[in-house]
Design a protein around this ligand. Structure first.
Ligand SMILES: Cc1cc2nc3c(=O)[nH]c(=O)nc-3n(C[C@H](O)[C@H](O)[C@H](O)COP(=O)(O)OP(=O)(O)OC[C@H]3O[C@@H](n4cnc5c(N)ncnc54)[C@H](O)[C@@H]3O)c2cc1C
Length: 394
């Protein structure tokens, strides 16, 4: 170890390999850049060129097992990919669901057949998978979901409603969280099903959102949708375990999403504050402008440390330890990201709200991390009950 900051960082936190990945993904993101991303959004298109190239370079499946075409890394690597693409102005939201949640669940619990069917495609990006747990009547209370599967011969019949499911139109399938009846106790237990987009009876309707993102959100309608026996992921009795295996990656990746967006906005604000001059010195010399930007930088850095801790614990196989850290990382990054965007918009004055500078659209997009996949209040509930041992109000 030397006293140089760079060497210290790499010894303590990020290996040279990961730093190289960070730099290479950042180069790719900047090559496409924010203009490419916003042009796609305005044209109602997807960022398919970027998705394909990131897939060909091995970035999309960097967390998935090598024997199925992945990079053999973990959430540490995949979160780097999303953060750096976001910092370059090109966040790929589907990274949160396709390789992180669905890829992880299938890699850890899928049958051999499911792994061979899905993992190579999720790794190179030729296949995409959405994830559906949220229901209109359950919301934050996922214990209340009612989407139910019942046996019909060897098949399953799946019935229920889902809401706010991202990317269903571009995903080859959606991993749906439902319930089945326990034959012994009669109680409903969670189960995961892979539902191909073209399955008869699987209907989806777009929800108009004010997000300025290429990926859209959908309501799902399933009425006795017939699924083959092998649509069930893994073991019928291990659904809860399988579900939790996917939720930690989801939180870690949502943290990466918020961090990338916050960094992108902060960079724009700093660049502007350095050069915009309306008195004797650039506005960045006024501490009322400089200090909040410095605070935003500090808070983003702190949130990244927590995200790295969560990824480290998850990749080391400590699902319980990762649960608390992933929740805290998602909370910290969402708050830091939303504050950074807000301060960036303010720094640009009127230009903060112009289409040309492109920051105002991030005001809504940056709030997603505060709501999904689990709201800030539910994380504060988790920390107050589980970490601090305080009583529950609900
Ligand atoms: C852009 C976007 C993409 C999404 N993508 C997906 C997806 O791909 N798949 C998917 O399954 N879901 C997705 N979601 C859904 C998301 O996970 C939910 O919106 C989220 O879990 C909150 O549920 P809700 O919207 O029903 O809010 P509600 O549960 O109705 O909550 C409303 C408010 O009440 C608060 N609240 C609720 N209960 C409590 C309590 N006990 N204590 C304190 N406060 C409480 C919440 O914090 C929130 O502020 C997405 C949402 C968005 C906005």
């Amino acid at each position: 170890m030397t006293t140089s900051q760079g060497t210290f960082d790499s010894a303590l936190l990020e290996s040279d390999e990961r730093r190289a990945l960070r730099a290479a993904v950042g180069d790719l993101g900047r090559r496409y850049g924010r203009d490419y991303f916003t042009a796609a959004v305005r044209a109602g298109k997807q960022t398919d060129e970027l998705w394909r190239e990131a897939g060909a370079l091995g970035y999309l499946g960097v967390n998935l097992p090598e024997e199925y075409g992945g990079g053999g890394g973990g959430m540490a690597e995949l979160s780097i990919v999303l953060e750096e693409l976001g910092a370059a102005g090109c966040p790929l939201l589907l990274l949160i669901v396709s390789p992180a949640i669905c890829g992880t669940v299938i890699a850890r619990f899928g049958t051999e057949e499911q792994k061979r069917r899905w993992l190579p495609g999720l790794s190179d990006g030729s296949l995409r998978m959405a994830f559906g747990i949220t229901e209109p009547e359950a919301g934050s209370n996922s214990h209340r979901i009612t989407t139910t599967a019942r046996r019909d011969g060897d098949d399953w019949l799946l019935t229920g409603r889902k809401v706010f499911i991202s990317g269903v139109d571009i995903a080859d399938a959606t991993l749906i969280v439902g319930r089945t009846e326990d034959a012994r106790t009669g109680k409903l237990k969670p189960c995961l099903f892979i539902v191909d987009r073209e399955t008869p009876g699987f209907e989806y309707r777009q929800i108009e959102m004010e997000l300025g993102a290429p990926e859209k959100q959908f309501q799902l309608f399933l009425d006795d949708v017939r699924l083959p026996a092998d649509a069930l992921v893994g073991d019928e009795d291990a659904g809860l375990l399988q579900l939790f295996a996917g939720l930690n990656p989801e939180r870690i990746m949502t943290a990466a999403f918020s961090l990338g967006m916050g960094r992108f906005a902060l960079d724009k604000a700093v660049e502007y504050a350095r050069t915009r001059q309306v008195w004797q010195s650039p506005i960045g010399a006024h501490q009322a402008i400089a200090h909040p930007l410095a605070v935003a930088h500090i808070e983003l850095e702190l949130a990244r440390l927590m995200m790295q801790k969560a990824a480290y614990l998850y990749d080391a196989g400590d699902d319980m330890g990762a649960g608390e850290a992933a929740n805290m990382a998602k909370y910290a990054a969402a708050e830091a990201g939303a504050k950074a965007v807000d301060q960036a918009v303010h720094t640009l004055g009127g230009n903060g709200l112009t289409t040309e500078y492109g920051l105002a659209a991030l005001l809504t997009a940056s709030r997603v991390g505060r709501i999904a996949p689990v709201s800030r209040e539910m994380i504060l509930n988790f920390v107050s009950h589980h970490t601090l041992g305080l009583p529950k109000s609900y």
